[in-house]
Design a protein around this ligand. Sequence first.
Ligand code: AMP
Ligand code: MG
Length: 406
Amino acid sequence: MTGGTSVLPTPAEAEALVRERVQPLAVESRPLESLAGAVLAQSVRSERDQPPFDRVTMDGVAFASQAWRAGRRRFRIAGTQAAGQPPLSLADPEECLEAMTGAMLPHGCDCIVPVELLRVEDGTAIIEDGVPVEPFLNVHTRGLDAREGDMLLARGTRLGAPELAVLASAGMPRAEVCSEPRIVIVATGDELVAPDQPIAAWQIRRSNSYALRGALTLRGYRRVAEDQLPDDPAVLAERLAAHLATHDVIVLTGGVSMGRYDHVPSVLRQLGVSEVFHKVAQRPGKPMWFGIGPAGQTVFGLPGNPVSSLVCMLRYVLPALAAMQAERVRSVEHVPLGAAFKVRPELAFFLPVQVEHSPTLGLVAMPRPTRGSGDFISLLGTDGFVELPPGPREFPSGHLAPLYRW
Ligand code: AMP
Ligand code: MG
């Protein structure tokens, strides 16, 4: 067992240890339709200039701005340039072409006046004085947004809606991404009873598994299995050996403290999972355990108390998954406290907060402390937690703190 508080890693040190030790997941090619939330394992360059041609941005008429500047106000409509058609040519600068949004700017034209700003009489467009006619009016010029071959997406990018559009625009029906981790959430504790089972006065509903799975599902992790095990070293050893054989990540809850029935660390060591740290200088969640399995599996022993297990999931398990997928490290959102808060323990403090808008400070994190790490009811209505440095110390309103959203 690791010694006194002074030698325990801080949350930042523990996170760094986790990120350093986890093993990268394999890379696979997957179809574009399945890539929301995946982490790119290749870079992506622009297939063409973007936009790929001078693109009409308003429905209207296309013509040569020079003719209008020279005094011409009436342009006979010589044809229609639709989107998805090769470009027409304006043979006579005294004429114009109807042009639709998304069409290629016809040859011989350099501007578009929208239908709202012109009149049509007998097949002639009339563009009066005062219309702001100038070259490239309502034209999205070729290559303005990106050039062919420009790097658009770097390796390690997590794919959201804009990134998926860029992949499609680059003509990529598939992409190389990191495979999804196979995760199992293992609840331990003789007192735990599933939500659909009869319950005795001395038993507890198994709730952590649902909260933890929810945190994963909300972030797009879908390969999540579950198990519930008793505080029995033999059963733990047998079942955890099976999970080690079939999963990349094991997230245990409970059984990592100092109690007589807290067998998780010793069973994991017995199975060849090497301990990286046990306990972190934090509250809640101090007893947390982390190790790496014989085949590089990532193993977390989260404390059983519901608030502890959830904050540890956000603070360590999610960064571990990101590191396994080689996701580029993103800076954590910081928000000022909306009210002063006193931290008593000489430990980093994870304070649940509600994010609100204050007229003076803008977005603020209002402290919503729980009545200890077993009080998950007080988390209702909170948005996440902020991390405060070790006390004893009073943090003033306005103290900027990293925010981890549930
Ligand atoms: P432990 O870490 O095993 O000592 O558990 C600490 C506290 O958390 C105990 O009160 C447990 O009953 C409770 N607990 C453990 N696991 C769960 C769970 N999966 N769901 C809800 N409460 C739990
Ligand atoms: Mg227990």
